[in-house]
Write a protein that binds this ligand. Structure first.
Ligand SMILES: [Zn+2]
Length: 410
């Protein structure tokens, strides 16, 4: 990355509370035992596929607290998230819009499904290496019941990935030497096939999970690779008709002082805005109405390991958007591949929309180290001293997870 403009050499203030907004500790189950000894306060633990839904559920049952209440968060080491990742979206068959021909055998249905959702369509051998597709209706009902068991849980990891290609099936040899400590289902270094999941299918699976999050009013964690336009399109379709009314500059002036407290970005023409609901109790109550339960979109969205350009932020942060969008950064992804772009994005964001994540597939010391590293990087880029930065990032995570009411009381 660029040389930091400002480097705070102080000891890292873990005591303020450090929150990992996106990680996959259940991919290495042996590392779960290290979590109680970690310095980070809470890990926002994603699920992604069939193999890890129950693991996240179990780990959260053991290490979290089911109430999900904010005042318990000192004890809550794991915040569980339930969702189906775009890398596995081909395994879901959309039975909510198409009715399957009951004449077809399970095999015929499977073949037809994978030939439709994958491009180029795979041959029979490839298809036979894939699991029988899972009906979307079943995924949604299972996810709903997990979300209901953990009232504080989130929806994630969901999204769109236009760069992803399916891995080749395991060869017997590869399978023999695979690391048995890794939770099955991920790529694990296998060669890639040419097959991609069609964008329309990925969008449908994303949209269904966003609607579920909206219905239960849960925040979501979103993966987007080369797909920011597609993701925004899905959001906008769900936001349609629910846009926030934007007070004009004149109206805000008329209302007096506290509209001005959010100055610096007081145009309604798409400038990047700071949250109208941030920074302290009661800030701007009444500017927007809190979203009611049963809306088709989530109240808050985290764009995880955000890799888009700074210009695209305006679309995510437009003040009429009825979901508040946050952006989280990891040292692995954001500062090893596209550091200049990430630096520009982190500089352009409002203070109250930045989150940190490890995005690691193993818990423990490494995860703490990543969180410290990315926090120091972000503080240097934004010119925050460490204590101020750690506090801001902790406040942001609480607001992202619990919303305004609860985060203000913490
Ligand atoms: Zn992830």
């Amino acid at each position: 990355m660029n040389p930091p403009e400002f480097q705070d050499e102080s000891d890292f203030p873990w005591g303020i509370g450090v929150f990992d907004a996106h990680c996959h500790p259940t991919d290495t189950m042996a590392s779960i035992a290290d979590i109680p000894r970690m310095k980070a306060t809470t890990l926002t633990a994603m699920s992604t596929r069939g193999d890890d839904q129950d693991l996240v559920f179990q780990v959260a049952s053991n290490l979290g607290n089911e109430s999900g209440e904010g005042d318990e968060d000192a004890k809550q080491r794991i915040l569980p998230c339930f969702g189906w990742h775009p890398w596995f979206s081909h395994q879901i068959i959309d039975d909510t819009t198409t009715s399957e021909d009951s004449q077809k055998s399970a095999d015929e249905i499977k073949k037809a499904h994978y030939s439709t959702v994958l491009k180029p369509p795979p041959d029979d051998d490839f298809i036979s290496s894939l699991p029988d597709p899972k009906p979307l209706s079943q995924l949604l009902s299972e996810t709903r019941s997990r979300l209901e068991r953990f009232p504080g849980s989130l929806v994630g990891e969901i999204g769109i990935d236009r760069a992803f290609r399916l891995p080749q099936p395991w060869t017997a040899e590869e399978h023999e030497i695979r690391d048995g400590g890794m939770t099955p289902g991920s790529r694990e270094g296998r060669r890639l096939s040419p097959h991609q999941v069609r964008l329309e299918h990925q969008k449908a699976i994303l949209e269904a999970q966003l609607r579920l999050a909206g219905e239960l009013q849960r925040p979501v964690s979103v993966h987007s690779v080369q797909a920011h336009g597609g993701v925004i399109e899905v959001f906008k379709a769900l936001w349609k008709g629910h846009e926030r009314k934007i007070a004009s500059r004149r109206e805000r002036k008329r209302r007096g002082s506290h509209a001005d407290a959010h100055a610096g970005s007081d145009e309604e023409d798409g400038d990047i805005q700071t949250s109208k609901k941030s920074n302290g109790a009661g800030a701007d109550a009444g500017e927007h109405e809190a979203p009611a339960p049963g809306l088709p979109f989530p109240p808050r969205i985290c764009m995880h390991s955000y890799s888009g350009p700074a210009e695209t932020l305006k679309q995510f942060l437009h003040p009429s958007n009825p979901s508040d969008v946050y952006f989280s950064f990891s040292s692995v992804i954001n500062f090893s591949h596209h550091s200049d772009k990430s630096v520009a994005v982190i500089k352009a964001l409002p203070d109250d929309r930045v989150l940190i994540e490890s995005d690691l597939h193993i818990a423990g010391q490494q995860m703490d180290d990543r969180l410290e590293e990315v926090t120091r990087q972000i503080c240097a880029i934004r010119g925050w001293n460490l204590r101020q930065g750690v506090q801001q990032l902790a406040d942001n995570w609480r607001r992202f997870v619990y919303g305004d009411a609860l985060s203000n009381s913490l």
